[in-house]
Design a protein around this ligand. Structure first.
Ligand code: SAH
Length: 262
C-alpha cells in the first residue's frame, strides 16, 4: 500500500476482487455513463469501473497523498479532483447521465447522502453508495420499526432505494468491525413536492431528537403553539415520531412552508 490507511478519513479499502468485479457489473453502468466516484482511495474500484468504458470518470478524493498517487496512476485517463465532497459545489460536472458511486468514508456517509438529498443543484441518474450495514438498515427502514428515523424519511421521500448486496468485513483492508451494504438510489418520478426539503429535514430532526416521547411537545414547538394550524394537521399528538409515515412528515413540512412559520 502506498500510504498507511487513515482512520480519520474512514479509509477501508476494498480488496476483494470478486466484489470489485460484482460492483462494476451493475447493469446500469455502460459506455453512456458519466461516472463520479467519491473517495476512490487507491483506485481499486476505479480500476474495475474503467473497464466498463464509461464516457467520463471524475474521482473526488480528499486525501492529498492519495490524489497525487491517483493522478499518476490514471494520468490522461481520468480527472482526479483533490477536494472534500462535503465542501464540493462544482455542479457543472454533474448531469442527467451521471452516476455517482462510492465506497463512502463511513464516518461521514450519512452527511454525504443528505447532501445529495437536500441540494437540488446536483443532477444525476443514480447513486450507488456503500454504507455500514446498520446505516443501510436505517436508510431502508419502514414506519413503525425501530430503525425508522430521519434518514429513512429523507431518503425515501426522494429516492426509490434498492439493496444490491451485503459485503463482509474481510473484503476490506483494514478490516472494518461490521458488515457493509451496497445501496442503489434513483430519484422518484413523483415525489411529494416541497418548496425546500430543508424544512423536511428540520421537522424530522426536531421530532427524532425526542425519539421516545409523544410528538405533542415537538409539534407545539415547530408550530409555535398555533392551535389553529395544529388542529388543521388532524394528527394524533399521542403518537411517537416513529409512528408517522413519510407522507405525514411531508404534510408537516408543507404546512410549515405554507404558513411561513419561521
Ligand atoms: N473506494 C476506495 C476507498 C474507500 S475508503 C475503495 O473501495 O478501496 C474511503 C475513501 O474516502 C478514502 O480514500 C478517503 O480518503 C476518502 N475520503 C474521506 N473523506 C472524504 C471527503 N470528505 N471527501 C472525499 N473523499 C473522502
Amino acid at each position: 500500500m502506498i500510504t498507511k490507511a487513515k482512520k480519520s478519513l474512514g479509509q477501508n479499502f476494498l480488496i476483494d476482487k470478486n466484489i470489485l468485479k460484482k460492483i462494476s457489473q451493475i447493469s446500469i453502468l455502460d459506455n453512456s455513463t458519466e461516472l463520479i466516484e467519491i473517495g476512490p482511495g487507491t483506485g481499486n474500484l476505479s480500476d474495475y469501473l474503467i473497464k466498463k468504458n464509461p464516457k467520463k470518470i471524475f474521482l473526488i478524493e480528499k486525501d492529498e497523498n492519495l490524489s497525487k498517487y491517483l493522478k499518476n496512476k490514471f494520468f490522461g485517463k481520468i480527472k482526479v479532483i483533490n477536494k472534500d465532497i462535503l465542501k464540493f459545489f462544482d455542479y457543472e460536472i454533474f448531469n442527467k447521465n451521471t452516476i455517482i458511486m462510492g465506497n463512502l468514508p463511513y464516518n461521514i456517509s450519512s452527511q454525504i447522502l443528505v447532501k445529495f438529498i437536500l441540494d437540488n443543484n446536483f443532477k444525476y441518474k443514480a447513486l450507488i453508495f456503500m454504507f455500514q450495514k446498520e446505516m443501510a438498515d436505517r436508510i431502508l427502514a419502514k414506519v413503525n420499526s425501530k430503525n425508522y428515523g430521519r434518514l429513512s424519511i429523507l431518503s425515501n421521500w426522494k429516492f426509490d432505494i434498492k439493496k444490491l448486496f451485503d459485503i463482509k468485513p474481510s473484503s476490506f483492508k483494514p478490516k472494518p468491525k461490521v458488515e457493509s451494504s451496497l445501496l442503489f438510489f434513483r430519484e422518484k418520478n413523483y415525489k411529494y413536492k416541497l418548496n425546500n426539503p430543508k424544512n423536511l429535514e428540520m421537522i424530522t430532526r426536531v421530532l427524532f431528537n425526542q425519539r421516545r416521547k409523544k410528538i405533542r411537545k415537538s409539534i407545539n414547538k415547530i408550530f409555535k403553539k398555533n392551535s389553529q394550524i395544529i388542529d388543521e394537521l388532524n394528527l394524533n399528538l399521542d403518537l411517537r415520531p416513529q409512528n408517522l409515515d413519510i407522507k405525514t412528515y411531508c404534510n408537516l413540512a408543507s404546512k410549515y412552508e405554507s404558513n411561513k412559520i419561521s
